[in-house]
Design a protein around this ligand. Structure first.
Ligand SMILES: NC(=O)c1ccc[n+]([C@@H]2O[C@H](COP(=O)([O-])OP(=O)(O)OC[C@H]3O[C@@H](n4cnc5c(N)ncnc54)[C@H](O)[C@@H]3O)[C@@H](O)[C@H]2O)c1
Length: 441
């Protein structure tokens, strides 16, 4: 494709990522459900980067419009009417793609059904339909493109996933959790053949699908639909969901620049956009500077094992208390925010709160045994791995005051949260230093 034919002048986010507009030239991409929302924007972004994009969409009207939109901007787009839940339809779509464009290099499993319905009100056929479109659809398309990808030792599959749990979205969430596990399992099977598989959680994104879900969810949360759409999951979007073109740009950046790094993992759109330099990471205040002297870790003398052992044992006990307090705080959050907060801890720190509890209990036990035996003995080197995770956990707590600002403007509450967070960051830093001293001994 000549540069003059490129998608230009739309002002969409992909143009501001600093990627070359021929980064995907010669590639063939299939995006399911690309008639609208994130799928449309992902297709647009991939076309802007030079790929020939198949819009595999069940809604003929939006599918055709998406094709026209991308073509009118100079991109290569081909609408193929597709129902991803139907194996025959998927086979026809891929045969058509192969005939006109060749084998598929990039598959984005994006098509979705997301009905906001209570479990008690959900009939079996609706449950089956959600699973068929979301989960089975992902399996069918992946299975169909894999033989060529494996033969050519090259390919990228991005599967859209979502948050951990959400009331009234049980079928949708169950299907998305299934897709996350499917993606990780598949990654283990095909990675050695040069195929990258990634589970991608775009974020809280303004799309027709989200607006539809808002109609069912907002009243149950005591919010208007407008208030629901203003919920913010990242400070870069302080009073709105992420625009869909940002999510499409994130998917395209992941595919173009990060597919190897995130193979077999689950990554979210905010992370990708931060990594692309498109969003600013949360500004980190210098929490440690404000700490009382005894919380500072820098004064500890290396080599003083006994002191480190005693200190680490005390710190690990306080660390466990901190995790218990955090758990209690999460329980006090509104039921809709809780799963988001939980997944925030996991994605930012690398471990869930439960995993942290298990790791902390095992550390404490280890330290107490060493003290009980009256021995100054060093911590197994394996604990050194904990250091990096402790850094990430400290970062998480540093961001809590800014996160809180998005839910309340009450200055007293914010000041209190800030103080507690600083104390927690300090505790984690001190524990990290003590663990390091023991692991290095
Ligand atoms: N919007 C968000 O906040 C959000 C959050 C987390 C994850 N996601 C994920 O991102 C993806 C896109 O979400 P969205 O909000 O843009 O959705 P959307 O509902 O706005 O668009 C979904 C598209 O899929 C199409 N589709 C539905 N059934 C199909 C089928 N059987 N075959 C082919 N196409 C079909 C629809 O016609 C529509 O064009 C989904 O996988 C969703 O789980 C979105």
């Amino acid at each position: 494709m000549q540069s003059s034919e490129k998608v230009t002048g739309s002002g969409r986010a992909v143009e501001r990522l600093g990627l070359r507009s021929d980064a995907l030239a010669g590639k063939v991409a299939v995006v399911t459900g690309a008639g609208d929302g994130i799928g449309l924007e992902t297709a647009y972004a991939l076309a802007w980067l030079g790929a020939a994009v198949v819009i595999a969409e069940s809604n003929a009207e939006t599918g055709k419009l998406a094709e026209e939109l991308i073509r009118s901007a100079g991109g290569r787009a081909y609408f193929i009417h597709t129902d991803v839940s139907n194996a025959g339809s998927v086979a026809d779509m891929l045969a058509g793609t192969y005939r006109s464009l060749g084998p598929v290099d990039i598959l984005v499993n994006n098509a979705v059904l997301c009905p906001p319905v209570a479990v008690l009100e959900m009939d079996e056929s609706l449950w089956d339909r959600v699973m068929a479109v979301n989960l089975k659809g992902t399996f069918l398309t992946s299975k169909a493109v894999l033989p060529d990808m494996i033969d050519r030792r090259s390919g990228i599959i991005v599967n859209m996933v979502s948050t951990d749990a959400m009331p009234y979205l049980s079928a949708y969430i169950a299907s998305k959790q299934g897709i996350a596990a499917f993606s990780q399992s598949l990654a283990g099977e095909v990675g050695e053949h040069g195929v990258h598989v990634i589970a991608f959680a775009p974020g809280f994104v303004d799309t027709p699908g989200l607006r539809g879900a808002a109609r069912g969810l907002a009243p149950r949360m005591g919010l208007s639909e407008e208030q629901f759409m203003k919920l913010s999951l990242h400070p870069a979007y302080p009073d709105s969901a992420m625009p869909a073109d940002h999510a499409g740009a994130a998917a395209a950046y992941l595919i173009t620049a990060l597919s190897e790094e995130y193979h077999g993992e689950l990554v979210n759109g905010y992370q990708v956009l931060e990594q692309a330099g498109f969003l600013q990471a949360q500004p980190v205040e210098d929490a440690l500077a404000a700490l009382p002297a005894d919380e500072q870790s820098s004064g500890r003398k290396d080599g003083d094992l006994l002191e480190s052992l005693n200190s680490a044992a005390g710190l690990s006990a306080r660390f466990i208390e901190m995790l218990v307090e955090t758990e209690e705080e999460l329980k006090r959050l509104p039921v809709f925010v809780r799963p988001l907060a939980r997944s925030g801890i996991k994605s930012k720190s690398g471990m869930s709160l439960q995993d942290w509890r298990r790791a902390a209990e095992s550390l404490k036990q280890q330290l107490e045994q060493a003290r009980g035996a009256g021995q100054i003995h060093a911590l197994p080197a394996a604990y050194r791995q904990m250091e990096a995770y402790l850094d990430r956990l400290a970062d998480y707590y540093r961001q809590v005051p800014a996160e809180t600002l998005r839910f309340t403007k009450d200055a007293d509450v914010i000041a209190q949260v800030q103080q507690i967070s600083q104390g927690r960051v300090a505790l984690i830093q001190s524990l990290k230093s003590a663990v390091r001293a023991l692991a290095q001994a």
